[in-house]
Design a protein around this ligand. Structure first.
Ligand code: SF4
Length: 399
């Protein structure tokens, strides 16, 4: 069998998800977090490429920015309405990651000998005699220039960070060690450090895999491969629901989620429901129109009372209403036009724009300012604010 660590990991998480992805080759949308991960990995690769010098941080940042902008166009956003906000959030997060990573990891201090290199390693099953090939991509391989020590680094953009103890029998790291030991058989597994770099935390967790640990990793790999072969023979890939279902792209195909998707897909109101909804909607619309009219009449009564009494606030038994005034300025452009033409600035306010006019007003000749003063109109809008007495939350209503 030719497979990869991520395929084995998928099978371990859920055999049915493995079937959808690896056997049925179901298409999956490009999720923002996946695309983000790819773009950040690409920027880190670029950071360690010498040509003949390493790029500056500014160059890495602009490489990332343009890569994210073009990649984000193909992302399947969960909520199209939030697309811009999410896109900007990922952009900022990526920049923060790259900047803090660069502070701790000046490329001149490392000797990266391979970046995103493809590998394949054979693992022989002593039970069946079959040889399986595991393929993958290694993010970075560093070599100590003064010794035969190597370090394999895998970048992670996820939020969770495991303890060193949890790396002891990590299949992915074991596989990386196997690759290097296969490639250079004179190396001892202890000479190879395997690290996961958690970019969001800017922390690296490292371990080495002694020969017995590598044997354990091989054993685990073979166990998963045998389980996959058995599933294929029996055509049995049971769904295994768990917390990761939330990130699964195949929920719409999964029997564990069938009811949820059926509800969403099949709901269509019938004629009776429509008839009832329509009559309730029209009745509510009627009430809404009447309420608006009545509210306007009541506001008028309150405003007249406030004007007559010279007050700005009136009280009921449990609430009070406060009136506030806001001045709005506008210009009669027909009146203002001759003066503006005379001043030679009419073209500048051709599209009548109060803000522009106000900005240029102090620079205009006094005579023009005077004429404009006559064209100036002031309207006052009045707002009624309803409040509850004694700490009851205020409710505001604007006129
Ligand atoms: S939704 Fe959950 S149970 Fe179904 S295939 Fe995906 S991971 Fe497996």
């Amino acid at each position: 069998m030719r497979t990869s660590y991520s395929a084995l990991d998928t099978y371990k998480t859920c055999p049915l998800q493995y079937k959808f992805r690896q056997i049925d080759k179901e298409k999956t949308p490009k999720r923002p977090e996946q695309v983000f991960g790819t773009v950040v990995h690409d920027a880190l690769k670029y950071m360690f490429e010498r040509d003949p010098l390493y790029p500056t941080l500014d160059e890495v940042v602009s490489h990332y920015k343009s890569a994210w902008k073009s990649a984000a166009e193909n992302v399947m956003w969960r909520d199209e309405a939030q697309k811009e906000k999410e896109e900007a959030m990922y952009m900022e997060e990526g920049l923060a990651i790259l900047k803090s990573f660069a502070k701790k990891n000046n490329p001149w201090n490392f000797n990266a000998v391979e970046l995103e290199s493809r590998f394949s390693v054979d693992v022989k099953d002593p039970e069946s005699g079959e040889t399986h090939t595991l393929v993958g991509i290694m993010d970075r391989l560093d070599k100590d220039p003064d010794s035969s020590q190597y370090e394999i680094i895998d970048y992670k953009t996820g939020k969770k960070m495991p303890s060193v103890a949890m790396l002891e029998d990590n299949m992915q790291l074991g596989l990386y060690s196997l690759v290097i030991v296969e490639r250079w058989p004179d190396l001892k597994p202890e000479d190879i450090t395997v690290s996961l770099y958690f970019l969001r935390h800017n922390e690296k967790v490292s371990t080495t895999m002694a020969q017995e640990k590598l044997e354990l990793v091989k054993k685990n790999i073979l166990e998963v491969i045998r389980a996959i072969e058995k599933s294929m023979e029996e055509n049995n890939f049971p769904p295994t629901p768990g917390p990761l279902c939330g990130w699964c792209d195949f929920r719409h195909l999964c029997p564990m989620w069938a009811h949820e998707y059926k509800k969403e897909e099949e709901y269509t109101p019938d004629d009776n429901e429509l008839k009832e909804a329509l009559s309730e909607f029209l009745a509510l619309k009627d009430t809404e129109d009447q309420t608006k009219k009545r509210m306007a009449a009541l506001k008028d009564i309150i405003n007249r009372y406030l004007d007559a009494q010279g007050l700005e606030r009136v009280f009921s038994s449990d609430s009070y209403v406060t009136r506030s005034s806001q001045e709005r300025v506008s210009y009669d452009m027909e009146k203002a036009e001759p003066a503006l033409r005379e001043a030679g600035v009419w073209e500048r306010v051709l599209a009548p724009d109060k803000k522009k006019l106000e900005d240029m007003l102090p620079d205009l000749p006094e005579s023009v300012q005077k004429e404009l003063e006559e064209a100036r109109k002031v309207s006052v809008s009045k707002t009624l604010r309803v409040s509850k007495k004694k700490g009851v939350a205020e409710e505001e209503e604007e006129e």
